[in-house]
Design a binder for this molecule. Structure first.
Ligand code: SAH
Length: 398
């Protein structure tokens, strides 16, 4: 067993059960890609078992803080079983469920989503890459699924020195239709393509917020809704379900908008109530302002502007811009649902950015709710980096 010895004083983070060891904390020791290592403090005492990643700044990701633990296929299967059992307890009201959420489930770098009878997984770190085959086998065994698609095409793979992979790992076929399925969420049908969709296929983290939006649209009697960064129209379907008479989905992806249209029809809504706009959101908001085309409700769910804290400043400006424009464009008394999925932007910072946007727009509003990712995307108390999706619900003053 290879040993990674930390520099004096660098043991505190692991002692607090934070699962990452940065390269700069290591005094000595090396191992192969994904190999299990014993991490020790400067005085030689045991801190954790972890997976070594020779190229990543995050040089070791901890598997376990229990010295008696053996890191093998049975250990990984126990971790998977615990993650799946948690979802059963959560009683997620959908057949689209995040079964494994990386560090929060004690499986650093592994993301597994279940869409109906298809599993879609990302192996984003050296440890889970090395144990890919036993993990895949255990996942099929524990879920009863026969098909597992690998969506290891996230950019963070490059930081681990890993190539991008998009292929069936178990079961499946070359037919592109094999990668498509329909999930059932809040009484809606949503189509998912595990090969072509974003992330592992869909944004399951917004599940509860879509349902909440439908309720808010109904409660406040919002008739016109602008869904910015709509992707395949999840929030648009929610708005229609909430009784909106006119919903506009805006996205820069024509393919996503085609699916948004299809979702409106699939869920039995009058397609005349839904429009799509293939446009840049910032430009579209300015255009609608110039046209005096105000809305009762606006959703802003942009892509990650700040993947890490290093991008926070430029991202802050981008968030502020769209929030300022949206707050202006809203009718008096209108509803804004605004999100950030940037790990580099904290809840507090996001709150400040949106407050600044309201100042600039000279708009008064009440913050009536705070939103986060659905509970099948948990965060642990010890790993604040896992927190990424945050949202604010704002009612513009009348
Ligand atoms: N709200 C969606 C997820 C949004 S993902 C849901 O609940 O499913 C972000 C979307 O923003 C993507 O579909 C991407 O195509 C789109 N996008 C990124 N930059 C954009 C821009 N500048 N203008 C319009 N759309 C953009």
């Amino acid at each position: 067993m290879k040993v990674i010895k930390l520099r004096a004083g660098k043991e505190r983070s692991l002692q607090r059960r934070h699962p990452w060891v940065f390269q700069g904390s290591i005094e000595k020791g090396k191992a192969d890609f994904g190999e299990t290592v014993r991490v020790e403090s400067a005085d030689g005492s045991f801190l954790a078992w972890g997976a070594y990643s020779p190229e990543s700044q995050i040089r070791v990701r901890a598997w376990s803080f229990d010295q008696a633990e053996r890191i093998d296929a049975a250990f990984l299967e126990r971790r998977l079983a615990a993650a799946i059992a948690l979802r059963t307890r959560l009683a997620v009201p959908s057949d689209g469920v995040r079964l494994v959420h990386g560090e929060a489930d004690g499986l650093p770098g592994l993301v597994v989503d279940r869409y109906g009878d298809i599993l879609s997984a990302q192996f984003l770190a050296a440890g889970v890459e090395r144990w890919k085959a036993p993990l895949a086998d255990a996942l099929l065994k524990l879920t009863g699924c026969t098909r597992l698609y690998e969506r290891s095409d996230a950019s963070v793979r490059a930081l681990e020195g890993l190539p991008s992979v998009r292929a069936w790992l178990r079961g499946g076929s070359d037919d592109p239709a094999a990668a498509r399925t329909t999930i059932h969420e809040s009484g809606w049908q949503l189509t998912v393509d595990v090969a072509e969709g974003h992330k592992t296929g869909y944004y399951l983290d917004q599940r509860d917020n879509r349902a909440r939006f439908a309720e808010l649209v109904r409660h406040y009697g919002c008739k016109s809704v602008l869904n910015c960064f709509s992707y395949t129209g999840g929030f648009s379907v929610a708005a229609l379900a909430g009784g909106a008479a006119r919903v506009v989905s805006v996205d820069s992806s024509a393919a996503a908008l085609e699916l948004a249209k299809a979702h409106v029809a699939l869920n039995g809504f009058d397609t005349a109530r839904h429009e799509t706009r293939d446009a840049d959101v910032n430009a579209l908001l300015r255009e609608r302002l110039a046209a005096d085309d105000a809305f009762d409700a606006i959703v802003l769910d942009p892509p990650k502007f700040a993947p890490t804290a290093a991008h926070a400043e430029r991202a802050s400006r981008a968030y502020k811009d769209i929030n300022r424009l949206a707050l202006k464009l809203l009718k008096p008394g209108g509803l804004l649902l605004t999100f950030s999925c940037s790990g580099g932007i904290s809840v507090d910072l996001f709150h400040k950015i949106v407050a600044g946007a309201a100042m600039d727009a000279q708009v008064d509003g009440a913050l009536i709710g705070k939103l986060e990712g659905a509970p099948d995307h948990p965060t642990t108390l010890m790993f604040p980096e896992g927190e990424y999706l945050k949202g604010l619900v704002i009612l513009k003053a009348c």
